[in-house]
Design a protein around this ligand. Sequence first.
Ligand SMILES: Cc1cc2nc3c(=O)[nH]c(=O)nc-3n(C[C@H](O)[C@H](O)[C@H](O)COP(=O)(O)OP(=O)(O)OC[C@H]3O[C@@H](n4cnc5c(N)ncnc54)[C@H](O)[C@@H]3O)c2cc1C
Length: 325
Amino acid sequence: MLSNFTYVRPKSLEEVFKHLSSEGSKVHAGGTDLLGCLRDHVFEASKVVSLSNVKSLHGIKKTSQGGMRLGALTTLLEVAGDPEVKKHYTSLAQAASEVASPQLRNQGTLGGNICQKPRCWYYRGEFPCLRKGGEECFAVAGENAFHCIFGGESCYIVHPSDTAPALAALAAQIHIRGPKGQRIVALENFHVPPGEDYTKETRLGPGEIVTEIELPPPLEGLRSSYRKVRARQSWDFALAGVALALVFKGDQVQKARVFLSGVAPVPWRSKEVEEVVTGKNLDEGTVRKAVEAAVQKAKPLEQNAYKIPLLRGLIEEQLLAIAGA
Ligand SMILES: Cc1cc2nc3c(=O)[nH]c(=O)nc-3n(C[C@H](O)[C@H](O)[C@H](O)COP(=O)(O)OP(=O)(O)OC[C@H]3O[C@@H](n4cnc5c(N)ncnc54)[C@H](O)[C@@H]3O)c2cc1C
C-alpha cells in the first residue's frame, strides 16, 4: 500500500525547484517506475512533484548545429516514432521501442528512463541491502541470475535502462538544472558505479532534475544500432544488450563507441571492442577478435555465467549486421 503524500503539478521550473527543496519530495515524470518504488516502499515520499505541466520539458527539436534536443518529458513512444531520430540516431529509436510494453512507452519518459531505479529483487524487496543503507549485498550469495558480470563492487545490480546505453554510444549530453543553476554531464558519466558510491544511481544533486538530452550532429558515415536479449519475448528488461555507434568510411570503421546493457551497474563501455574494430573492416576475423575481447574481463557470479555466451552471440550478430547495413 502507498503511504500518504502531497501531490503537486507546478507550471514552471522555478516552482518545481521550490517544491523540491522540501525534504522528502520526489520527482514524478510518467510515474511508471516511481509509483512501483513507492508502493513497494523502496523509498518514501512526503511530496510528489509532477513535471508534466512544465511545457519547456516536452518535445523534440533540432539544434542550430544540426544535433537534436529531446525534452526530459518526451515519451518513449515519441522518441521511438520520431522520423529524424529514426533516421539519424537509429539506435536510440530502437532502444526506446524495446522498452517494456506500448502502454508503458506511452506513459514513460526519456528522462525517467535514464533516472529509473535498479530492478534487483533484493533492492526492490524487503531486504535491508547495501544500496538501501544495509550492510550486505544479498545477491553475492543469493539468487544472482540477473545480476552483473562487469563492474560489480560491493553491489551487483544491473543498470535497467535501454535508452541510456544507446544515448551513451551516441555521445549524448545530459542537461541538468537545479537550485544552483545549470550544468551539462556526458551521459557516459551520468551514472554512478557502485565502487564510487553504492547508494546513488545518478550524479543528480539535491533538488536537481534532468531537463534535456542533447544529441550531437550525426557524423558522416554514422551507423548505429541497439539490440537486447530478454528472458521472454514479451516486455522485459535486458539480460544482455549492445548499443553500437560506428562511423564508417567505405567498409572501414573509423570511429567506434560501444556500450553494453544488462551486464553492469552502469551502461558499460566496451573499450575492448572499440579498440579491436577501429581502423578495420568488419570481416569475420575482426568480429571474432572483438567478441573475445568483449568478454575477457567478465566476472560472473554463481548463476549468471550464461550471460557470457549470450553477449558473445549478440555482439557477433550486431557487428556483422551493421557491417552489411
Ligand atoms: C513492467 C515494467 C517493465 C519495464 N520494462 C523496461 C524495459 O524493458 N526497459 C527499460 O529501460 N525500462 C523498463 N521499465 C522501467 C520504466 O518504467 C521506464 O523505463 C520509464 O521510461 C520510466 O519513465 P517514467 O517517466 O515513467 O519515470 P518515473 O517513474 O516518473 O521516474 C523514474 C525515476 O526517475 C526520476 N525522474 C524522472 N524524471 C526525472 C527527471 N527529469 N529528472 C530527475 N529525475 C527524474 C523519478 O524521481 C524516479 O525516481 C519497465 C517498467 C515496468 C513497470
